[in-house]
Design a protein around this ligand. Structure first.
Ligand SMILES: [Mg+2]
Length: 141
């Protein structure tokens, strides 16, 4: 159980991750949590800094999607990638459905999120590479 709660790595925020290294590790797809990861909790839209990062990562060749436990009654306005609401993390089904949509598999996909008991545990359960971020990018110095 303890191993399943341990992320493969930890970063200060999504801006502090070495994405080029993930490519060299064979990672093709990135699943992001939204609240507390790409934006502050409860945000109604994606901050510009996260939109630019996702565009940059797509240019690097990553397939990208968002997996959130947020209900679809609180949609996010300016989403540019596939998103699954009400994902019920850490249950496996949401991860696997999005991976199918991205035509990827757990061994080549990284889950990035701020919560151990949902994002990290769910990703680890299906054998994904997992990164826990301490804060969303708007709080970065
Ligand atoms: Mg979160």
């Amino acid at each position: 159980m303890i191993l399943r709660l341990r992320p493969s790595e930890t970063a200060n925020s999504i801006l502090g991750i070495d994405y080029a290294r993930l490519r060299t590790l064979g990672q093709q797809a990135l699943l992001f949590d939204f609240d507390g990861t790409l934006a502050r909790k409860g945000a109604s839209c994606m901050p510009a800094v996260s939109l630019s990062l996702l565009a940059e990562l797509a240019e690097m060749g990553f397939r990208i999607a968002i997996l959130t436990n947020r209900r679809s009654t609180r949609t996010i306005a300016n989403i540019t990638v596939p998103i699954m609401y009400h994902a019920r993390k850490p249950r496996r089904a949401g991860y696997l459905a999005l991976l199918r949509e991205l035509a990827s598999d757990p061994a080549h996909c990284t889950m990035i999120g701020d919560r151990t008991l949902t994002d990290v545990l769910g990703g680890n359960r299906i054998g994904m590479y997992t990164i826990r971020v301490r804060q969303h990018p708007c709080e970065c110095p």
